[in-house]
Design a protein around this ligand. Structure first.
Ligand code: TMP
Ligand code: ASP
Length: 243
């Protein structure tokens, strides 16, 4: 079936969501579009979507193996994966191990400084408002999530961080920071919080252990070039791409 004939549920900056083939499922189609700074910067990076689909499928499976519930069901083809349909919680959860990006500007830190412990931050997911930094108070007061849900989100995010730190360290990559999104799934008469969206170098900062070479979307944000090659390097080291 061509992608045009299916019902589009939502089109984001890097993905298109189509109605899935089974009830309560969605097909995530990974585009080659790269955006940064809230769409101010845009490019098409041929093959990025294919790489992100592979990397995200691989990491979602791994995360599922340690008991984190995720929306991921299976990769369908080069650019698509089948996922559970969830109600997305409008929060971007950022976990940071090393100072980079906005935290440097906010607190006057030097890029590359290690942080005293992993720091979990929340941003309100709104392009219009430029994803403002928010506190737990905003999340519970505005009812974006209740305090039990937020506790689950916080604990799961730190567990994902611990686990991914190990995976990346074993392939000589520093996991500097990353962004997660969660959704609500109705299961056995209960609402469960599960990991959604994607786990890819679009949403991670990844530096080579020895050279600190950036292997993530900062190559695009900072005009460093060779973004696709960097994503390929990550996929190769994860063992999911032939040399
Ligand atoms: P930041 O330093 O710009 O706040 O970004 C922190 C991490 O979150 C970094 O790995 C990039 C990721 N991120 C997204 O995935 N989407 C976004 O919209 C933003 C602002 C950051
Ligand atoms: N994801 C956001 C955008 O596409 C911000 C970023 O990644 O820099 O604008």
């Amino acid at each position: 079936m061509t992608k045009n004939k299916r019902k589009v549920i939502y089109e984001g900056k890097a993905k298109i969501l189509y109605q899935g083939t089974q009830p309560n499922t969605i097909i995530q189609y990974f585009k080659d579009d790269a955006t940064a700074f809230n769409n101010k910067k845009f490019a098409i990076i041929n093959g990025k979507g294919v790489l992100n689909n592979r990397i995200s499928s691989f990491l979602m499976d791994k995360v599922k193996d340690i008991g984190i519930p995720t929306h991921f069901i299976k990769r369908i083809n080069m650019r698509e994966q089948l996922v559970h349909k969830v109600d997305i919680i409008p929060i971007e959860v950022v976990v940071r191990n090393i100072a980079a990006g906005s935290i440097c500007k906010r607190f006057g830190l030097k890029e590359g400084e290690s942080l005293p412990r992993p720091i979990v931050e929340y941003y309100y997911k709104s392009d219009e408002l430029n994803d403002p930094l928010i506190s737990e108070e905003h999340i519970t007061a505005f009812d974006w999530a209740n305090s039990n849900e937020l506790e689950d989100i916080f604990n799961m995010s730190l567990r994902v961080n611990d686990f991914l730190l190990g995976i990346f360290s074993s392939i000589s990559i520093k996991l500097v920071d990353f962004k997660l999104e969660y959704g609500r799934l109705f299961k056995d008469d209960n609402l469960e919080i599960i990991l959604a969206d994607e786990l890819s170098p679009d949403n991670f900062r990844l530096w080579d252990n020895n050279t600190n070479k950036k292997l993530d979307k900062d190559r695009f944000r900072e005009d460093l070039g060779d973004m696709k090659e960097a994503y390929q390097e990550v996929a190769k080291r994860l063992g999911i791409l032939e040399n």
